[in-house]
Design a protein around this ligand. Structure first.
Ligand code: TXA
Ligand code: MG
Length: 322
């Protein structure tokens, strides 16, 4: 699906049914939550998720939050620690996102997690978001519905101003009540505050009966920014026009490979295939990987960002991080 004209949908049953149908067909639809408007896609659909990154012009694949109607739906995707369960009981639905170990076979696109083995999940407290999630009946990945580098939208008009013509539809549910993105708490290990947001950290700390670790800029790089998260086992050589002896070729466009990101040179398709192909190269036991040149515009920038990390020297990677 390409987004030619962006439809403004009313937040009634007919509007939600249309929005859910667009999501089911791989479309991307903005919708209100109590925090900010999100730009939703079927979290299981690589192409739809790639379109979200393209529409936002995100230069890198930061992982996305998956929105679910209730705790049970979230438990189907992630493993909840007792602390995570306590937080979900206390604050869901609401402005709290939990980062948890992804369950094997959860079926979420690798673009959503940016290749990480954790998943960010949230149950929004907004009748329109709830209505859409229930009408769609599946997990909805949604970053804030703004062009990359701009502030998060809190009205449908903000979304339209930033993304008109780049997304399929906007469900107009009026202004968001909280107006600040959700608070993100990492619960894969000791609870850590990954982003301050609409739910005060003090409330989280009171619920857990402990002080949250704060991310230390020197210690915790922005999610998805550590090379080791993206590096396949094999060495990676970029801008390759052909495979050298002993290399496995990852092709693009006219340069065909053992695996090809997009034979037609479609960057959205290439983005959708990127993490899956890197994992398949690992599974194939590829020791040396040659990657065809990818144009450095649009989603190509995000793809090249990830490929450069994959190709970067790994001498400084702590063994524990691999
Ligand atoms: O209020 C919100 O959270 C809004 C509404 C739409 O739900 N969404 C939102 O999404 O603010 P976004 O993409 O703008 O911010 C998501 C943040 C990013 O900073 C991302 O790095 C982090 O969540 N994140 C997602 N998955 C993660 C993971 N597995 N580990 C750590 N951080 C993660
Ligand atoms: Mg954002």
């Amino acid at each position: 699906m390409t987004a030619a004209a962006t439809r403004l949908l009313p937040a009634d049953a007919a509007g939600l049914a249309t929005a859910a149908e667009l999501l089911a067909r791989g479309g991307i639809v903005a919708f209100p939550t109590e925090t900010v408007y999100g730009l939703g896609a079927d979290a299981r659909d690589d192409m739809a998720v790639a379109r979200v990154f393209a529409a936002k012009g995100r230069p890198a694949f930061n992982p996305l939050i998956v929105h679910l109607p209730d705790l049970a739906a979230a438990q189907a995707l992630c493993d909840f620690t007792p602390q995570a369960l306590a937080l979900a009981d206390a604050f869901w639905p609401g402005a709290l996102t939990l980062v948890l170990p992804l369950r094997p076979g959860a079926g979420v696109s690798r673009l959503v997690t940016a290749g990480l083995d954790t998943l960010a999940v949230r149950v929004p407290d907004h009748p329109v978001a709830q209505g859409l999630l229930r009408a769609f009946g599946g997990p909805v990945a949604a970053p804030s519905a703004n062009p990359s580098g701009r502030i998060s939208p809190t009205t449908a008009a903000h979304v339209m101003a930033g993304l008109d013509g780049r997304i399929d539809a906007i469900v107009d549910g009026g202004a968001c009540g909280v107006g600040l993105e959700s608070t993100i708490v990492g619960c894969a290990g000791a609870p850590v505050l990954l982003r301050a947001g609409g739910l005060p950290a003090e409330a989280v700390e009171a619920c857990l009966g402990m002080t949250l670790q704060r991310p230390d800029a020197a210690q915790i790089t922005a999610p998805g920014q550590t090379a080791s998260h993206y590096a396949p086992q094999g060495t990676v050589r970029l801008e390759a026009v052909a495979a050298a002896p002993g290399e496995v070729m990852l092709g693009f466009g006219p340069i065909a490979g053992d695996l090809t990101l997009s034979a037609t040179g479609d960057l959205t398709e290439a983005a959708a295939n990127l993490f899956g192909h890197l994992h398949r190269l690992d599974a194939m036991g590829a020791a040396h990987i040659a990657v065809a040149p990818i144009p450095d515009h649009g989603l190509g920038r995000a793809i090249n960002d990830r490929l450069r990390r994959a190709a970067a020297p790994r001498v400084c990677d702590a063994p524990a991080a691999r």
